[in-house]
Design a protein around this ligand. Structure first.
Ligand code: OSB
Ligand code: MG
Length: 369
């Protein structure tokens, strides 16, 4: 294929609620939508779902706009691109910037899926027809508020509860949840807010049979995580520390984690997600699909990856209306009463993109052709 035209939109849909993690509060979540057109006139959409600030990873929404406009589009426009592998080779000169790359990469997957007339699941090699969903619950003002949200989501069928923790908002909350809800599938996500000096606190989690503890230590570390994993029973799951398949291989080889959270945005797209999945599968390390509060466009790609066989744990895939007042796709996915999302079988995203909504919420637009 040849990409003849690229339109970048910085889009901001008003949020229903803010989302607080150890690194800060997300009150606005602009995102970048990448729309491309090939020489046949086939259109693909992708999403670069970085955060507006560099508190999760260095790359921000504005950085995505800049890198896509000045460095990524010139590498791919009007080039002959055989497949996604070749696309990623063209992008090699750009170091890191995984969220930026993912916006374009996913748009190319969408065109590939439409052109081959096969669903994303099928072209990725997915084997699961539905995926289990968990909710990621942000840090709240009070313990009571958190317990209320857990009650609500368990009642709606969500399969697993993940609570965001930070020093001082951790063991007491886990204890209260265990006391009230018993043996539910429970995990915590620290977003890099502890260090090895907190070993005594981190060891205490062992008493609460958590399914996993996500990213307790630094976002760029695997060494300290391997030291920690040797001293605690709770399986460590890495999020921020894994940027690609080589990171996954190295982390597994030194015992830095027992589980990996794969977010297509964080690792540069679906192809890299699949590579990480494959390495983990070979090493008996289960994976699951994380999220970056994507709109229905980004979420659609996440859902497709989660159909691969080694996605063993529930995904962070709350419906888009938990966070936003509107969406960029017409009929987004829903979570059924048993806590599952059906994986689309249609070619393309599996959901109809609402171009009018993209224009309506667009705050910045760049056209490259
Ligand atoms: O660490 O998994 C995370 C959201 C923004 C940034 C980081 C994280 C998250 C989530 C929400 O936990 C997951 C989602 O539903 O998209
Ligand atoms: Mg996380």
């Amino acid at each position: 294929m040849k990409i003849k035209k690229i339109i970048l939109h910085k889009v901001e849909i008003p949020m229903v609620t803010s989302f607080t993690t150890a690194f800060g509060t997300i009150t606005k979540k602009p995102t970048v939508i990448v729309k491309i057109e090939d020489e046949q006139g086939v259109i693909g959409y992708g999403e670069s779902a970085a955060l507006p600030f560099p508190y999760y990873k260095p790359e921000t929404t504005d950085i995505c706009m800049l890198v896509l406009k000045d460095y990524i589009t010139p590498l791919v426009l009007n080039k002959d691109i055989k497949d996604v592998g070749e696309l990623m080779n063209l992008l090699k000169p750009v170091k890191g910037n995984s969220f930026s790359k993912t916006g374009l990469e996913t748009a190319v997957w969408m065109i590939t899926s439409l052109t081959e007339n096969k669903s994303l699941k099928e072209i990725l090699g997915g084997t699961q027809n539905k995926i289990a969903v968990g909710e990621s619950i942000g840090i709240k003002e009070t313990k009571e508020e958190t317990l209320e949200e857990v009650t609500l989501r368990l009642g709606q069928g969500f399969k697993r509860i993940k609570i965001k923790i930070k020093p001082g908002w951790d063991i007491d909350l886990v204890k209260a949840i265990r006391e009230k809800f018993g043996d539910i599938d429970l995990m915590v996500d620290a977003n890099s807010s502890y260090t090895l000096e907190d070993l005594e606190i981190l060891k205490k989690f062992d008493e609460y049979s958590l399914t996993m503890m996500e990213q307790p230590l630094a976002d760029d570390d695997i060494i300290d995580h391997s030291v920690l994993q040797k001293q605690i029973k709770t399986p460590i799951c890495l999020d921020e520390s894994i940027h690609n398949a080589d990171d996954a291989r190295r982390a597994i080889s030194i015992g830095a984690c027992k589980i990996i959270n794969i977010k297509p945005g964080r690792v540069g797209g679906l192809l890299e997600s699949k590579k990480i999945h494959d390495i983990c599968q070979k090493n008996n390390v289960g994976v699951w699909c994380g999220g970056m509060l994507e709109t229905g466009i980004g979420r659609a790609f996440n859902i497709a990856t989660a159909s691969l066989p080694n996605y063993l744990y529930p995904a962070d895939m709350s419906p888009v209306n938990f966070f936003y007042k509107d969406d960029l796709v017409k009929d987004s996915f829903s979570v059924d009463k048993e806590g599952y999302i059906q994986i689309p079988t249609k070619p393309g995203l599996g959901f109809e993109v609402d171009d009018r909504k993209i224009e309506m919420y667009s705050t910045e637009k760049v056209v490259v052709e």
